[in-house]
Ligand binder design. Structure first.
Ligand code: BTN
Length: 279
């Protein structure tokens, strides 16, 4: 059993190389959800404010799922961002963050990363050894058609054990500790995430294009070249993932040979017989 210590805010701050992200930092103990706290303070908060906590009692994932957030065992944080961008592009923040988190995990693993391999399962899952160790939930507050702020929620399982996960996740989820057998500084990991995120975020907001974040998402993709089943508003579609488009959309070749671009949905890496998909 690993002894869990509370986050040391000073160590996080001292490890930051950012200009904006995390310069206002709240390290809370037990709260409902850092994204809910972001909603409570978002209007007044300065751009780049970060809320982290030890435990979430109502941690949320995408698609109305809950996010297991045991005390001291992971990174449960939300960054409040105030980009001057159209509402339609804000969901891309998820991919900017996925790129940053995957780089941060690689930095922390160091040469050991060679054995493990961090991957991104479009659009928001961070995988290690094919298990989900992290996820991203982007929410936003609008006034008319203007974005008042985006709440970029990042969850990363650092020291969770098998028994922290409910039965239905036991063979899909993992933590850095479970997969490498080592413990990590959560403070350094938080700083790495923010240090990697800031330049990718700045590039995206400056140019309105994903830029380097897209190259990272492509390079680390767990789905490109693979047959998948995609569940979305229009039902389930099976196809082969051809790539990611310039706006981060998934490009699929469907069974009937048609190509389709998809901007949202949930992928399962289905085992689709090869003969139904033309490569
Ligand atoms: C997903 O993979 O479905 C997204 C998971 C996002 C979890 C993080 S933990 C910090 C922030 N607060 C929440 O309630 N959710 C996000």
């Amino acid at each position: 059993m690993i002894k869990q210590l509370p986050l040391n805010a000073e160590l996080i701050t001292d490890s930051l190389t950012t200009k904006m992200l995390g310069r206002t930092l709240f390290c809370l103990d037990v709260i409902d959800s850092t994204n809910d706290e972001a909603r409570r303070i978002g209007l007044e908060a300065v751009d780049g404010t970060v809320i982290t906590c030890e435990q979430q009692t109502a941690g949320r994932g995408r698609l109305g799922r809950s996010w297991v957030s045991p005390w001291g065992k992971g990174i449960w944080l939300t960054v409040i961002l105030k980009p001057v961008l159209p509402v339609s592009v804000i969901p891309l923040l998820t991919q900017v963050a996925a790129a940053a988190v995957s780089l941060a995990v690689e930095n922390i693993l160091g040469p050991e990363n060679e054995q493990h391999g961090v991957q991104i399962k479009w659009p928001n899952d961070i995988l290690l050894n094919n298990r989900k160790i992290g996820g991203i939930l982007t929410e936003m507050q609008l006034r008319g058609d203007r974005v008042q702020y985006a709440a970029l929620g990042i969850g990363l399982n650092i020291h969770s054990d098998g028994e922290d996960f409910p039965d239905e996740l036991k063979d899909k989820a993992g933590s850095l500790y479970m997969l490498t057998g080592k413990t990590y500084s959560r403070e350094i990991m938080i700083a790495e995430i923010l240090n990697e995120l800031e330049p990718l975020y700045e590039e995206w907001t400056r140019n309105g294009a994903l830029g380097r974040a897209l190259s990272i998402c492509r390079q680390k993709s767990a789905v490109i070249g693979r047959p998948v089943a995609l569940s979305g508003p229009g039902g389930v579609q099976e196809g082969l993932v051809l790539g990611l488009g310039t706006d981060g959309e998934l490009i699929l070749r469907l069974k009937d040979g048609r190509e389709q671009s998809v901007i949202s949905g949930e992928i399962s890496l289905a085992v689709v017989p090869d003969n139904v998909i033309n490569r």
